[in-house]
Design a protein around this ligand. Structure first.
Ligand code: H2U
Ligand code: ZN
Length: 327
C-alpha cells in the first residue's frame, strides 16, 4: 500500500496514512515505564480514607467512589463575557466529578475482574442519568498513564457536565444527522454492520464490537460500538451494560499485552446530547486514543505536520487491528 489519505465521516477530517514508517531510527524522547505500585498509598489523594485537597477526606470506600472535583474546570454559575463580533466568548456552566474505579491503588481497569468493571459501568450509567437531568452534555472520560497527562496512577476517570455542547460533539452530531438524512441509516450502524467481521475488527461480545476505525489517527486507536442501535450511554439497557464490562476487559488487556506494559490512553464516551433533535441518527460509542507507537517507551508525537497540516499515521489501521486481534 502506498501513502494515501482517509476521510473521517464523523469529524469531517482527513488523515494521511503512510504505511511501514514505524521502523525509522529513533533517538528521540522515551516514555517512562510505569513503576509497580502498592495496593494502598498513604500519599495518594484518591485512596480510601485519605485526605484530598482542602479539608476533604475520602471515605473507606469499597468499590467505586465519586466526588466533586476539588479543582473543577466548570462551575454551576458563570458570567457572560462582553459581546464582541471578533473576540467572541460565551458563558458556560457545568460541574466536574472524579470517579475512582477501585479502592485498590495498584489496579487499572484492565486488571480488574469483570464484576468490578461492571460496577464502573453502572457508576457511569447512574452518573449520566443524574447529570442529564441538569445538563445538556455529560462527558465521561479517563486519562490513563503519565504519557496522557494523568495526574495520579490510582485507577480513576472524570465526568464533566455542561450546558454547552462541546465542539467535537457538535461536529459528530452534524455529521451523523447529515448521514442519516441522506443515507437513511445511522452512520455508526452502517460502520458496525460493515466492520463486524472485517479486517479492522479487534474484539466482540454479544452486545459490543471494538475496532480500529478506517480513519484512525492514533497508531492503535479504537472505537467501541454497540451491536444494537442505542443513542446515548444513559439509554443502554442492563444486558448492554453487563456485556460492556466483558468487552472493556478484553480490549484493554489486548493493549497491555501489545507492548507488555500498562498501556496509556485517553478514553471517553459520546452519544446524543440531551434534547438533541437528531437522536435517531446518533449511536453511543467510545473513542480510545492510545499514544504508544512501537514500544512501551516510544510514542507517536502529534507535532509538525500533524499540527500544521493534518494528522499522519505510520502504520495502516488494518495492520494495527491484526496486531491487536492476534494477542
Ligand atoms: P486526571 O488524573 O485525569 O487529571 O484526574 C484527576 C482529577 O482529580 C483532576 O481533575 C482531581 C483533579 O482536579 N483531584 C481532586 O479533585 N482532588 C484532589 O485532591 C486530587 C485530584
Ligand atoms: Zn491510591
Amino acid at each position: 500500500m502506498s501513502p494515501h489519505r482517509r476521510y473521517n465521516p464523523l469529524t469531517d477530517e482527513w488523515v494521511l496514512v503512510s504505511p511501514h514508517r514505524t521502523a525509522r531510527p529513533w533517538l528521540g524522547a522515551e516514555e517512562s515505564v510505569p513503576e509497580p505500585r502498592r495496593t494502598y498509598d498513604p500519599d495518594c489523594t484518591l485512596c480510601p480514607g485519605n485526605s484530598r485537597a482542602g479539608c476533604n477526606r475520602n471515605p473507606a470506600y469499597s468499590d467505586t467512589y465519586v466526588f466533586a472535583n476539588d479543582f473543577p474546570a466548570l462551575l454551576p454559575k458563570s458570567e457572560a463575557p462582553s459581546e464582541d463580533r471578533l473576540f467572541r466568548a460565551e458563558a458556560v456552566r457545568g460541574e466536574c466529578r472524579v470517579v475512582c474505579f477501585s479502592p485498590r491503588h495498584d489496579l487499572t481497569l484492565a486488571d480488574m475482574a469483570v464484576p468490578e468493571i461492571q460496577a464502573v459501568v453502572e457508576t457511569w450509567h447512574a452518573q449520566t442519568l443524574e447529570l442529564e437531568s441538569r445538563w445538556r452534555w455529560v462527558q465521561i472520560f479517563e486519562n490513563k498513564g503519565e504519557a496522557m497527562g494523568c495526574s495520579n496512577p490510582h485507577p480513576h476517570g472524570q465526568i464533566w457536565a455542561s450546558d454547552a455542547i462541546p465542539t467535537l460533539v457538535e461536529r459528530e452530531e452534524r455529521s451523523q444527522a447529515a448521514w442519516y438524512e441522506t443515507q437513511g441509516i445511522p452512520l455508526l450502524t452502517e460502520v458496525t454492520a460493515r466492520e463486524i467481521d472485517g479486517p479492522r475488527a479487534v474484539a466482540r461480545t454479544r452486545e459490543w464490537i471494538a475496532l480500529v476505525p478506517f480513519w484512525a489517527v492514533w497508531p492503535f486507536e479504537s472505537l467501541i460500538l454497540p451491536t444494537r442501535q442505542t443513542p446515548r450511554f444513559s439509554a443502554l439497557d442492563a444486558d448492554q451494560r453487563i456485556d460492556l464490562a466483558v468487552l472493556l476487559q478484553d480490549l484493554l488487556t489486548r493493549y497491555d499485552r501489545l507492548f507488555d506494559t500498562s498501556f496509556p490512553y485517553s478514553m471517553g464516551w459520546h452519544g446524543a446530547p440531551v434534547g438533541s433533535r437528531h437522536e435517531s441518527a446518533w449511536t453511543v460509542h467510545a473513542h480510545i486514543y492510545p499514544p504508544l507507537l512501537r514500544s512501551a517507551t516510544v510514542r507517536k508525537f502529534m507535532v509538525g505536520y500533524e499540527l500544521l497540516a493534518e494528522p499522519q499515521r505510520d502504520l495502516t489501521p488494518e495492520d494495527a487491528a491484526v496486531r491487536l486481534r492476534s494477542l
